[in-house]
Ligand binder design. Structure first.
Ligand SMILES: [Zn+2]
Length: 347
């Protein structure tokens, strides 16, 4: 892949004015390399192809040239979107890995993000998100009912997430799961899967998000531990330390999709659907005050902080998923109120 990038950079040498747009476009292409059928892949893996198809050198040259022309057209197309701000839609939010963008276009418009359809509601609102390790650019295409197409390359900030390397752990002390635990985990997984089968079209995210609990932030989204060289899953949400029993408020309106008090990992768990496939998860709750199907408004008490499930102490773990992909809840809310920070300092 690096060879591909440097090839293009060399080809475009001197076009420094366009450097930002180009690097974005290439990151985009890089992300999709796996999708390109091998027969079309000659430009990208020239060495391999030539070896495999010794007698078809001419064909490969043609294919290479066609692919190159196509790539240049694509680059030209992408450059257009940098000529100015879009006329037919707006997006605002966090242009960063783990960020969510809130969009508004015309009623009846179609929106795609990197070629994937995005839900657009009856008011022309749409929502898009970027994962912890997303590419640093994405292509948003808005097609209006009259056929007008507007494309915009979105630049995404490259964030650094904390990584902790811990070596020398005695592996014999890392115990596996019993059969009973594995069975429970499998049952839990099915419950979550069933709860995530639907989402609604109301833009419950529109009014923005508030902290569900205030207190010291004891864990951030995306942080990762590498134990004895083995990378563990990055932290899926934000942790707020607070005493057991502290009320948890709905950070935004939504419909409760799951309310279970005894999940193996999560303990007391509530899944709240904010519409457009955006979902909050609240973990380790000591008490749950809502039921599946129930609609809650922003600020409603949905339960209380606890230390249930696999935890070492009472806190709220809040995670946020868009279309099945984890995003950073902290980017949707303002800074933690200072009063709360000083109150709980040294906890
Ligand atoms: Zn957590």
């Amino acid at each position: 892949m690096m060879r591909n990038l440097s090839f293009f950079r060399a080809a475009m040498c001197g076009a420094s004015l366009l450097a930002v747009g180009l690097s974005g476009a290439f990151a985009q292409d890089a992300k999709h390399t796996d999708d390109i059928p091998t027969s079309d892949n000659a430009l990208i893996e020239t060495g391999k192809k030539v070896k495999n198809l010794q007698n078809e050198g001419e064909k490969i040259d043609l294919a290479k040239r066609a692919k190159f022309a196509e790539a240049m057209n694509d680059v030209a197309e992408r450059q257009k979107v940098f000529a100015g701000s879009p006329d037919h839609f707006t997006i605002e939010g966090s242009f960063a890995q783990g960020g969510l963008l809130f969009g508004q276009t015309e009623r009846g418009a179609k929106v795609t993000l990197d070629g994937d359809n995005v839900l657009v509601d009856n008011d022309g609102r749409f929502l898009i998100g970027f994962g912890r390790d997303s590419a640093l650019s994405a292509l948003l295409v808005v097609t209006l009912p009259d056929g007008t197409v507007e494309r915009r390359a979105i630049e995404i900030e490259d964030r650094e997430f904390p990584v902790d390397r811990i070596d020398g752990i005695d592996q014999s002390k890392v115990s596996g799961f019993t059969e009973a635990q594995l069975a429970k985990i499998a049952v839990d997984r099915e419950k979550k899967k069933a709860a995530r089968k639907e989402s609604h079209e109301l833009a419950d995210w529109l009014a923005g998000f508030d902290w569900p609990v205030t207190g010291r932030i004891s864990g951030v989204f995306g942080s990762q531990r590498i134990l004895n060289g083995e990378p563990k899953n990055p932290h899926s949400g934000v942790d707020v330390a607070a005493p057991t029993g502290t009320p948890i408020l709905a950070p935004a309106p939504g419909v409760v999709r799951l309310a279970e008090d005894d999940m193996y990992f999560e303990g007391g768990l509530v899944l709240l659907d904010h519409g457009h496939w955006l979902e909050s998860a609240f973990l380790h709750m000591s008490r749950i005050d809502v039921e599946p199907g129930q609609r809650v408004e922003k600020g409603d008490v949905i339960g209380a902080v606890g230390a249930t499930g696999r935890v070492t102490g009472p806190h709220l773990h809040w995670s946020l998923k868009w279309a099945g992909m984890l995003v950073d809840p902290q980017l949707t809310v303002g800074p933690m109120p200072l009063k709360e920070l000083s109150n709980s300092a040294g906890e």
